[in-house]
Design a protein around this ligand. Structure first.
Ligand code: ZEM
Length: 292
């Protein structure tokens, strides 16, 4: 009876080595399942971790990555979360293999692993998130709406506790992945290297000439040179707004600065609303990328 799942769960206190094993399993699965989108589930894993975290409201302390409430309807059905079932399904076999990790810790570890394996900066990680029930689902409308502008970005991100510099640094995540007409209605990638973390998003915002795409989809921009890249209205707000634009310029010029600030702000994002009191004595974990 000593091997029963319940007992094991009761006495097992995972250590750094155990989380590194989960990290390695996610990295291995990323490697295996390369026939997805532009060759990687990495971007959609980053998006899942962001949408768990970005529901945070600093006034009420509700939302954030502590809870993994996107497992449940209605949150799984929120328009902003369309398509994220691909990321949740990708991580499900990892959860089956390591049942001791909570979904909320796993989904954030997925984002950490994806950023590092896509050659991004190190993202220090702290476990300790607890899964909550469907009663903790956040109301729809807490995530940003790509059709809007600078005021909306500030309303949404200030509610999470971010400032202008942090909004711009976080937006650099759009170096990764693409829009899918079947999910958000928008279409196309932001950069030519959507599976590598770079400061290309900022360079393209400044260097390319962007025009409104002629199509019957929602308003989005295309680059005049290749006509194969895209920007959302909220992306364009980062260069039309003076306070945002100075940070776009800094990050376009200095990729090392972007990596440093991106690591800091993503770490903050992934920990919004998470009480770490019991688990912090060992300090944040820094996982070894499998590619290094
Ligand atoms: Zn995104 N994002 N995002 N984002 N995002 C999309 C895709 C991705 C906004 C947004 O409306 C959209 C942040 C901020 C903001 C990623 C990461 C992060 C898509 C396309 C949209 C419409 C979805 C689709 O069709 O599949 C808006 C308005 C934002 C406000 C600034 C932040 C912050 C992010 C992380 C730190 C990533 C990685 C993707 C690509 C997903 C994929 O499947 O390729």
């Amino acid at each position: 009876l000593s091997g029963s799942a319940g007992e094991t769960k009761g006495i097992f206190t995972p250590k750094f080595e155990d989380y590194q094993k989960v990290y390695n399993a996610i990295a291995e699965r990323l490697e295996e399942k390369e026939d997805y989108d532009d060759g990687s589930y990495g971007p959609v894993l980053v998006r899942l971790a962001w949408h768990c975290s970005g529901t945070y409201d600093k006034e009420t302390g509700t939302g954030g990555s502590n809870g993994a409430t996107m497992r449940f309807y209605p949150e799984s059905g929120h328009g902003a979360n369309a398509g994220l079932v691909a990321a949740r399904d990708f991580l499900e076999p990892i959860k089956q293999k390591f049942p001791w990790i909570t979904y909320s810790d796993l989904w954030i570890l997925g984002g950490v692993c994806a950023i590092q394996e896509m050659q991004g900066p190190t993202i220090p990680y702290r476990p300790g998130r607890m899964d909550k029930d469907m009663g903790a689902c956040t109301p729809d409308g807490r995530l940003p709406d790509a059709k809007q502008g600078n005021k909306h970005l500030r309303d949404i991100f200030y509610r999470m506790g971010f400032n202008d510099q942090e909004i711009v640094a976080l937006s650099g995540a759009h170096a990764l992945g693409r829009c899918h007409s079947t999910r958000s209605g928008f279409e196309g990638p932001w950069t030519f290297s959507p599976t590598v973390v770079t400061n290309e998003y900022f360079k393209l915002l400044l260097d390319e000439k962007w025009t409104v795409k002629k199509w019957d989809g929602p308003k989005q921009y295309e680059d005049m040179t290749s006509k194969s890249l895209m920007m959302l209205p909220t992306d364009m707000a980062l260069v039309s707004d003076k306070a945002f634009k100075q940070w776009v310029q800094k990050y376009a010029k200095d990729e090392a600065l972007f990596f440093k600030d991106f690591s800091t702000v993503v770490t903050k994002l992934f920990e919004l609303g998470v009480p770490f009191a019991e688990t912090t004595e060992q300090g944040p974990m820094v996982f070894k990328p499998t590619t290094a």
